[in-house]
Write a protein that binds this ligand. Structure first.
Ligand code: NAD
Length: 432
């Protein structure tokens, strides 16, 4: 099939590459000329495992092209995906300006029947808004479909190629059939394609992300109670997870959720519920627990050291999670800001996110070339992102480099007993 994907970010680029991988002709469109030039040279602007190879392969086969020329891309395609950002607006709502401006521009360019697919995460009612905008600009026939994306950064290709499910909100049979055909190669091994109305499809994505955020905040509170009463959250977690109604995923306590999706989707869901006079009370708590959890590691440090002024602290992990360079809403940002405000000298290291972090902190933070270099002379180490390379370090080398062998582990990646026997003072989340 001939496909255009508007927006070449984490979602648009992965969707474009994966659709090309299955034999479709895909043109990826972005308004950022520097990004498009880079993609035309076979370089990708983000870190996502396996993506660069896939982009290069499909580009070489001429199934995947990149352009800033929206009109041409739309005219040569039958299905047009909208995969642009929907950031949080000032009032907490999802800001639809990029989605609606793409809808307007693509409508002006239409030269025949098109299926317009909302892949961006958008509140209920957006398909209808896109329909209205397009109808105002064109007399050509079209259908609007809602197809939320569930991929996880860091495992995006796998998630797109082998999804748990594909959700399609389509209210007209012609578009529904085209979408089923497009996704047939991705659902061949048994993942269901779930056909529904647009409003339900739009809501699915928010409900899924809000549920995951709720589990995280819930387990963070359980961990905090464990600390208060002297229980061990690892043991509690295993026992809770063994209940098949609950299961083991997303039960790890930490320093709060971040990224471009959970924080904004939780806010947007509260907002559109409120617009219909519904007070989504649980989500208010989820958000406020997350905010206080992000400050918890600093509180532990203050409790241990008293004043942090003049202390030198190493920070391992800056990205909001492993296997990405994305620092949008990353817990490392408020942590480092808090440390700097307390007069701490911060030496940070992340395997992929240092360039992004440099743009945020500039010269206020020292960026180390290796995880060990960050430890030199450190009064303590704070672990914020659970990259695999931090899991089995050379403990003797760490002890030798640090002024004080003290670790504040925000991700529970080590065993408290073995850390003690290695000679570290070790503070983690919800464990004695
Ligand atoms: P992103 O910021 O990485 O990418 C958006 C891209 O759209 C940018 O490259 C930008 O230049 C481009 N763009 C903006 N306006 C444009 C226009 N008018 N014409 C052409 N290009 C334009 O965003 P993302 O992380 O890929 O997210 C996109 C959407 O997908 C959001 O709604 C997000 O909530 C949703 N989503 C994201 C993820 C994720 O893990 N990142 C997962 C599922 C869903």
């Amino acid at each position: 099939m001939k496909i255009a994907v508007v927006g070449s970010g984490y979602v648009g680029l992965v969707a474009g590459a994966c659709l090309a991988e299955n034999g479709n002709d895909v043109v990826c469109i972005d308004k950022d000329p520097a990004k498009v030039r880079m993609l035309q040279r076979g370089k990708i602007p983000i870190y996502e495992p396996g993506l660069e190879e896939m982009v290069r392969r499909n580009k070489a086969e001429k199934r995947l092209t990149f352009t800033t020329a929206l009109a041409r891309g739309v005219q040569q395609s039958q299905i047009v995906f909208i995969a642009v950002g929907t950031p949080t607006g000032e009032d907490g709502s999802a800001d639809l300006q990029h989605v609606l401006s793409v809808a307007r521009d693509l409508a002006k360019a239409m030269n025949g029947y098109k299926v317009i697919v909302n892949k961006s995460t958008v509140p209920v009612g957006t398909a209808a808004k896109v329909r209205d905008v397009v109808r105002r600009e064109t007399t050509h026939p079209f259908s609007v479909v809602s197809n939320p994306e569930f991929l996880k950064q860091g495992a995006a290709i796998d998630d797109f190629m082998k999804p748990d499910r594909v959700v399609v909100g389509a209210e007209d049979p012609r578009a529904a059939e085209l979408m089923k055909e497009l996704y047939a190669p991705f659902t061949r091994t048994g993942a269901p394609i779930m056909m529904m109305d647009c409003a339900s499809a739009e809501l699915c994505k928010y409900a899924a992300n809000a549920m995951l955020a709720t589990r995280i905040s819930f387990m963070n509170e359980v961990a905090n109670v464990c600390e208060a009463v002297g229980a061990n959250v690892d043991q509690v977690r295993h026992a809770v997870a063994a209940d098949r109604r609950i299961g083991p995923s997303f039960l790890f306590p930490g320093v709060g959720y971040g990224g471009s999706c959970f924080p904004k989707d939780v806010k947007a869901m509260m907002h559109f519920a409120e617009e219909k006079s519904y007070d989504f009370q649980i989500l208010k708590a989820v958000e406020s627990v997350n905010e206080s959890q992000k400050r918890r590691l600093i509180s532990k440090m203050e409790k241990h050291f008293g004043s942090l002024k003049g202390k030198r602290i190493a920070v391992w992990g800056l990205a909001f999670k492993p296997r990405t360079d994305d620092m949008r809403e990353a817990p490392a940002v408020p942590l480092i800001q808090g440390l700097l405000a307390a007069g701490v000298i911060v030496h940070a290291y992340d395997p992929e996110a240092m360039q992004v972090a440099q743009k945020i902190f500039g010269a206020k933070v020292h960026f180390a070339e290796t995880s060990y270099a960050a430890l030199t002379g450190a009064d303590a180490l704070a672990i914020v992102t659970e990259w695999n390379e931090f899991r089995e370090p050379d403990y003797a080398r760490m002890r030798k480099l640090m002024r004080n062998p003290i670790i504040f582990d925000g991700r529970n990646i080590y065993n408290p007993e073995s850390m003690r026997s290695q000679g570290f003072q070790y503070f983690s989340m919800g464990r004695p």
